[in-house]
Design a protein around this ligand. Structure first.
Ligand code: AMP
Length: 113
C-alpha cells in the first residue's frame, strides 16, 4: 500500500483544498502557505513519492504535469513564473507525494536559498 500523505488525503477528499484545476491524471490547488501572490501545487493522482521514484512508465504523466503547469500559470494571468520540484528532504521536500510548485506574481530571486 502506498503511504498516506496530506496530498493523498486531499486527493481522496479527506482534506479540503482550494482547487484550481483537475483532470483524470492530476489535481492543482492553492498552497496553504503561499510564498508569492500565486502559489499553486500540481500533483499527479498516481502516488509517486518524489521525482526520484518516477519510473519509465511515468514519462507521459511527467510531460502532462509540466504542460498543465504552464496552462495553469497562464490561466492565472502570469507571464513570468517559476516551476519548482523539490526532491528529497534536503532540497526542502516536506510532502512525499510528487508535486510541482507554480509560483509567481512577484519578482523571484535567483539562485534560490
Ligand atoms: P514541499 O516543501 O516542496 O514538499 O512542498 C509542500 C507544500 O505543501 C508546502 O508549500 C506547504 O505549504 C504545502 N501544503 C502543506 N499542507 C497543505 C495543505 N493542506 N493544502 C495546501 N498546501 C499544503
Amino acid at each position: 500500500m502506498p503511504e498516506e500523505t496530506i496530498f493523498s488525503k486531499i486527493l481522496n477528499g479527506e482534506i479540503p483544498c482550494k482547487e484550481v484545476y483537475s483532470d483524470d491524471l492530476c489535481l492543482a490547488f492553492r498552497d496553504i502557505e503561499p510564498q508569492a501572490p500565486t502559489h499553486i501545487l500540481l500533483i499527479p493522482r498516481k502516488t509517486i513519492r518524489s521525482l526520484k521514484e518516477a519510473e519509465d512508465q511515468d514519462k507521459k504523466l511527467l510531460g502532462h504535469l509540466l504542460f498543465i503547469s504552464s496552462k495553469i500559470a497562464q490561466q492565472e494571468g502570469l507571464d513570468n513564473w517559476r516551476t519548482v520540484i523539490n526532491t528529497g528532504k534536503e532540497s526542502g521536500q516536506t510532502v512525499f507525494h510528487l508535486h510541482l510548485h507554480i509560483i509567481g506574481g512577484r519578482p523571484l530571486l535567483w539562485p534560490p536559498g
